[in-house]
Structures are given as structure tokens and as C-alpha cells.
Design a protein. Structure first.
Length: 262
């Protein structure tokens, strides 16, 4: 384990998600995207200066940087410029921010989490593991996941402009009700796969598994909370009931139509 490098990545993540001190939720939204971007950029620079980065690894880090920046910028624009979304967000959250010691604890925890999530690529780099099929497959899955999430966010924004009083249900939303969350799971699946054969010892495997399991849990919980909110707002509509009872909530081509249990 290159503890010095991991400390650099942790500091990078903490700086990038420090925006959460202004608004608590930003630790897990805007700050999350920019932290992932920052980790990717710092890893790439470190790897080039140490002569550790191959072309496939560089592509992986660039994809991760683009993914993180797009996500962070999209969330920033949505929360700053979308009045309808701000109204929904305000209804979900209390105006009272948690005390500073809670913010500091969460800040440190999410910083560690973001380093763990990204470890598939940076462990392969610092361990000096050769490029192989797992890296190539992982990068392809990362690209597919990033593209799906970006497309889903764009489609949702367009559909909500046309019909703000109903859920997005066209395009990727015909395939699954949370294509953005599924795209995110797909992206991090690719990151985790990219490190297979590179993880060195139980500790590195534990880091990769914990990071991946946490983000999958967060996405599943997010889909559950989204479904709860949709039921409260649209559950009385026959159109919504038909859509929700025939479209998987998170994983395409399954019969998992509901996560939230009333």
C-alpha cells in the first residue's frame, strides 16, 4: 500500500467536497462529483511523474475525471438554476443544517469513501500491475455507465421541462425508472473490475469491495427514496401506477418493479 499517495488522494477528495460545509447535502452530491474528478486528475498527474501510467490506464483516469466533472457540474447547475428542483429539495430537507462536528465527521467519512470507490484504477497503477483484459473490460463498462447516466440526466431534464407534473418515462426511462442510478452502478462496477488481478492482499480487496458495496447501497437507497417520493406525489394517478407496475425500478430486464414497501 502506497500510504503517502493514498493520503494525497484523501486530501484531494476532502478539498473537492468541502463545499458540503456550505450545505450539508453537497458532501454527497456536488462535492462527490468534483471529488471523483479531482482524484482522477491527481492520480493521472502522479502516475505520469512516476512513469506508472500506461495508455489504457490514462484513458481510465480521463474517463473518471470527465464522469466526475460532468456529474458535479450537472448537480451544481440543477441546484443553482432549477427553481422547481430547489422547491422539491427544500420540501425534503430541513432548513436547519447539522452541527459542525457532524459535518466534519461526514466530510472525513465521504472523503475516505471516494478514495475507496476509485481504488480499482489507482491500485493497479501504484502496484505496477500489467494491463490485462480486466482493465479493458472495466474501462468499457465505465464508459457505458458514464454515457448512460449523462444521457438519462439530459432526458430527464428535457422531459420535466415539457411535463413538470409527471415523472420522466420516455427514452431510457422506458427501460428502467432510475437509469441514472443504474448508470452510476454500472460505472463503478467497471472501476472495480478494472482492478481485478491488481489488488494486492486482503486489505486492498477489502478496500475495493467496501467502496463498491457502499456506492451500490447508496444507489439502491436513493432509488427507494425516489420511489417513495413519486408515490406521494403521483401515486393517485392511474398513468403512474401503470408505468411503475410495468417498468423495473433500478435494474433493467428484471421484475423488480418496487423497492419501497408502503
Amino acid at each position: 500500500m502506497n500510504w503517502g499517495f493514498l493520503l494525497i488522494l484523501l486530501i484531494t477528495a476532502l478539498i473537492c467536497c468541502a463545499i458540503g460545509f456550505k450545505r450539508f447535502v453537497w458532501f454527497l452530491s456536488i462535492g462527490y462529483g468534483f471529488a471523483v474528478c479531482g482524484i482522477a486528475i491527481v492520480s493521472l498527474i502522479y502516475g505520469f511523474t512516476k512513469g506508472m501510467v500506461s495508455i489504457p490506464l490514462a484513458i481510465g483516469f480521463v474517463v473518471m475525471a470527465i464522469y466526475g466533472f460532468r456529474l458535479g457540474y450537472f448537480l451544481y447547475r440543477r441546484e443553482m438554476g432549477n427553481k422547481a428542483y430547489r422547491k422539491v429539495l427544500a420540501a425534503k430537507m430541513s432548513d436547519k443544517e447539522p452541527p459542525i462536528f457532524v459535518k466534519v465527521a461526514v466530510w472525513l467519512c465521504v472523503g475516505v469513501l471516494y478514495v475507496l470507490q476509485t481504488c480499482g484504477l489507482h491500485f493497479r497503477m501504484t502496484n505496477g500491475s500489467p494491463d490485462n483484459i480486466f482493465l479493458y473490460i472495466g474501462i468499457v463498462i465505465m464508459i457505458l455507465g458514464a454515457a448512460m447516466e449523462a444521457m438519462a440526466d439530459k432526458q430527464k431534464s428535457a422531459q420535466k421541462k415539457q411535463r413538470p407534473d409527471f415523472v420522466a418515462c420516455q427514452g431510457l426511462f422506458k427501460l428502467v425508472r432510475c437509469p441514472n442510478y443504474f448508470g452510476e452502478i454500472l460505472f463503478w462496477t467497471g472501476v472495480c473490475i478494472s482492478g481485478i488481478t491488481a489488488y494486492n492482499g486482503i486489505l486492498q480487496w477489502a478496500c475495493a469491495i467496501i467502496g463498491y458495496a457502499c456506492i451500490v447501497y447508496i444507489m439502491v437507497d436513493g432509488a427507494k427514496r425516489m420511489e417513495k417520493g413519486h408515490i406521494q406525489r403521483y401515486g393517485h394517478l392511474e398513468e403512474y401506477q401503470k408505468y411503475a407496475n410495468s417498468t423495473p425500478v433500478l435494474f433493467p430486464f428484471t421484475k423488480q418493479y418496487h423497492i419501497y414497501k408502503q
